[in-house]
Ligand binder design. Structure first.
Ligand SMILES: [Ca+2]
Length: 506
């Protein structure tokens, strides 16, 4: 097992791990408590909208029978949220079970920082879900997109995952295969790695490769409790569906939407491979499966859909943070449920630890709630709480019914907006003047929460973040001669076209 600097403290408590199953004696059968400790498969998609999973019943054009299988087997959370409006912060919250603002991760890592001393990336002193589960005796593996700081110490294989297959950029081409080695020279973090080692060229569509890697991981670890995190980069741009999937959706007239639906279908097929493997190995009754998306859909680049929500990726409108979210554990979580209680990706850490029989320690400072009692009907709703969102520009807060939203808190003249989500999930009726006390109550809750946060550590606004750190810098690229840049771009287009010809023909 890897040694990390935070482990000494954790071990002291983890040594006393008891498998005190939350489920008590209610689970049928005579299985021992140890045997009931479930595998955990966490499926995460990229830039998919609220309407883009079939089980949401919001859009007629999406076809996702395998996501729908998870939903039919378990619970659909119709008010499911992530903690960020974009990839990086959302992943930081998901992986740590803590509001990422606690450690200054308000925005994707960016070329400007608040000072020269603060490193970019998910603070190395904060344990990840994989760290906790590895310490509880789980095998831990990750496939897909990580999207954190560039130095290797921030990569998943150094953050609690015994195995990592994927990339550490915000996006990657889906026809990466035959150009992986060239990609390494061009953009290191977007190339595909196994742990820290560049993978040889491979002639396979990236989402299919991720599906196969996930299936392979299950096959190799089926005899032990495992945690597998599959972070598909689908359906994030570049919009590069396989031809076979485009042909399948020939009746969708809008070419852009057709690409999104086709890529989504391919991802769903790969989710199907994972579910089939679990079934084949007889693991379905012993596996907690979660599917959710990392942030709201992006309307213009991706043509993902957030219907009926307002806004999109990057905003604190519901369309930026409310996502398709479903969870199953056959035989333990009753099937066919839809739960409207607001839940957030932070709850997954607490839920997984509870399912694994790990007693949550106060010093871990986890922000989420255990959802098992809600999903198994032991409680009708969670205790009252506020959910919070913030980046370096604005913030939002909601409780069970109300939401207060400040899009750009740095603009002094703009006032926060109040909505009652219980009858206005579309956020069409601004109610601050009608319900000033509710607005005040939510503002006060936000201020109290935010007082405990670190200030944002990096961002894109030079006025706000005076130190230039060079990460993913546009400046550096622009400083290259235009001819060199054009030649690089053309070479990559050429490689991609060749890759595409090979993969689509196969
Ligand atoms: Ca994303």
């Amino acid at each position: 097992m890897k040694t990390n600097k935070w482990r000494a403290g954790l071990l002291a408590t983890a040594c006393a791990l008891s498998i005190n199953s939350w489920a008590g004696s209610e689970v049928a059968g005579a299985a021992t408590e140890e045997a009931r400790r479930p595998n955990i498969v966490l499926l995460f998609s990229d830039d998919m909208g609220y309407a883009d999973a079939g089980f949401q019943n919001r859009s007629q054009d999406v076809v996702t029978p395998n996501m729908d299988r998870i939903a039919a087997d378990g619970v659909i959370f119709s008010s499911g949220y992530v903690t960020g409006t974009v990839c990086g912060p959302s992943r930081a919250g998901l992986m740590t079970g803590r509001y990422q603002q606690r450690f200054g991760y308000h925005d994707n890592t960016a070329p400007y920082s608040r000072d020269a001393e603060t490193p970019l990336g998910l603070d190395l002193s904060v344990p990840t879900m994989a760290n906790y589960l590895a310490d509880a005796g789980y095998r831990t593996g990750m496939v897909g997109k990580w999207h954190d700081a560039e130095p290797e110490e921030y990569w998943p294989h150094n953050r609690g995952f015994e195995e990592f297959f994927g990339f550490n950029n915000g996006a990657a081409t889906y026809y990466v295969g035959p150009m992986n080695e060239a990609k390494y020279d061009y953009k290191k973090e977007a190339a595909i790695y196994r742990n820290g080692k560049l993978v040889d060229n491979f002639d396979q569509y990236l989402t299919d490769k991720f599906g196969d890697e996930a299936v392979d991981y299950i096959g190799r670890n089926k005899d032990e409790a495992f945690f597998l995190y599959v972070a598909f980069n689908a359906i994030h741009s570049p919009m590069e569906p396989k031809q076979v999937d485009m042909d399948r959706f020939a009746d969708i007239k809008d070419e852009n939407r057709r690409k999104a639906v086709a890529m989504n279908y391919n991802m769903d097929e790969n989710i199907g491979k994972i579910l089939d493997k679990l079934e084949k190995e007889g693991l379905m009754d012993n596996t907690l499966i979660v599917y959710l998306a990392d942030n709201g859909g992006k309307l213009n680049d991706n043509y993902s859909l957030n219907t009926p929500l307002r806004g999109e990726k990057g905003s604190f409108w519901e369309g930026g943070i409310r996502i398709p979210f479903t969870m199953s554990w056959k035989g333990t979580i009753p099937s066919g449920q839809t739960i409207d209680e607001p839940v957030i990706s932070l709850d997954l850490m607490t839920t997984f630890l509870a399912a694994a029989g790990v007693e949550k320690q106060a010093e871990w400072q986890l922000d989420g709630e255990n959802l098992m009692p809600l999903m198994t009907g032991k409680v009708d709703q969670l205790e009252d709480r506020f959910l919070f969102w913030a980046n370096s520009r604005g913030w939002a807060v909601r409780d069970r019914n109300w939401k207060l939203y400040d899009e750009n808190a740095r603009r002094v003249r703009q006032k926060p907006m109040l909505f009652n989500l219980s009858d206005d999930m579309e956020e069409q009726h601004e109610l601050t003047e009608k319900f000033p006390k509710e607005a005040e109550r939510l503002l006060s809750a936000y201020n109290k929460w935010n007082a405990e946060n670190d200030t944002p550590r990096w961002g894109w606004n030079r006025q706000q973040f005076p130190h230039y750190n060079g990460h993913h810098s546009r400046e550096e690229r622009l400083a290259q001669g235009e001819e060199v840049r054009k030649a690089e771009d053309a070479a990559n287009e050429d490689r991609r076209a060749k890759a595409r010809a090979v993969i689509d023909a196969g």
